[in-house]
Ligand binder design. Sequence first.
Ligand code: FE2
Ligand code: FE2
Length: 450
Amino acid sequence: MKGFSRRNFLVGAGALAAGGCATGGGAGVAEKPADGRLIISPPVLQNAAETSMGVGFAVSDMANGYVEYSESSDFSGARKVKCGGYRVTDMNDKIMLVRLTGLKPATKYYYRIGADRISYKGGYAMKIVGSEADPRVYSFTTLGAAAQSSFCVINDTHAQMKPFGMQIDKIADIRPACVVWNGDACNTQETIESLYPIFYTPEIERRDYAAEQPYMFLPGNHDNRGLAARHMERAMMFRQPEERLSRDWDLGRNFAVRCGDIAMVGLDTGEDKLDSRDVFAGLFNMEPYRVAQKAWLEYALELPEIKSAPHLVAFCHIPLYDPRPTANPGDCDKDGGGKYTHDFAAWQRTCKNLWGPLLEKAGCQIVITAHQHFYRYDAPSAEHKWAHMVGGGPELGEKVVNWKTGEKVKVPGKFPTVIEGRVEGGRLRIVAHDVFNKRIAGDYSYPARG
Ligand SMILES: [Fe+2]
Ligand SMILES: [Fe+2]
């Protein structure tokens, strides 16, 4: 992974330092760079697949961005792809999103980014008033059956830069084929600009964290809150349409990809409260979304590249299981008299009932979830044959507020995790790294599915 280092980042580092959020705090709003630089972030690889890759980068002014890529580091035979799709390019002053398609599976590509600055004063009054190119050459490798059998998972980063930086450093050590960002990247974001410090200009040492390491973003409940969430695809694009049936055109976050010997399936559990909750003013429509994903999952599990994979791992934000009888299952408005310890979903019984049996029938070895900010492992049981792992949250062992009493209490076992999956000797090994205490919190392995 040449170039994936804090030293090699050349684009706008000084300007970003002034414009980002404070380390350890919530996401602020990126400011326009004082030096007038157009490209204000490194590229962010997203939606890795066998034959496509997404590239995004932030800009400070109206622009028309592009990616040039080649199998050769000298860029011989390079192709240039502009942001947006057919017909018109996606000229905008925020984030350039470029889709590279028709790629070869499990193949290394070199790429670089650039953009034209556009003066737009009307339909007949537009011109290029400057061009900028990031001088760095980056690279990525597509997924597929011949790719490296490895992934990492982070979750519940909540725009907290200190734990996020620890996770990114760990991922830089592991260098997996791809990373699943398993929800709650945001808190409540109202503007696209407020997404910059979360996805594009994080105040961490490795600002180019996703320039050579592709991320698969799966939303959590917090990623549905605020006006920006209604247009999250303007910052982190939807998956390629050809990955799914036309029936499932709107399921742009679901993925079913082959990563070496591992089939990876991503599901979106949505909000953690019922659509009928008054606090949401009737603005959520998660119930049919969950049902639609059942039909998609049935289809995805039968795809030849998924069905033939020796290992199957599913990912979603809200847990699909909780052993505690007091944990709110998320499918009831009232708790019948204080049975549950809080009024939001600790786990998602609806999703478990919709998707769990399909995953079990397909021989899924483990479902990796998030949301509870507390690492936990649930072994397979008669009730669900898949194992279940919950990633930790952003808390660094400090005292946290007890939501019931308002009291600050020390909660042992609170630490952020990087969950690593890889295939060793034909077995799927899942290791949960506690990146705060620098230790392994859990280490499990599974035979190939039968
Ligand atoms: Fe969270
Ligand atoms: Fe959550």
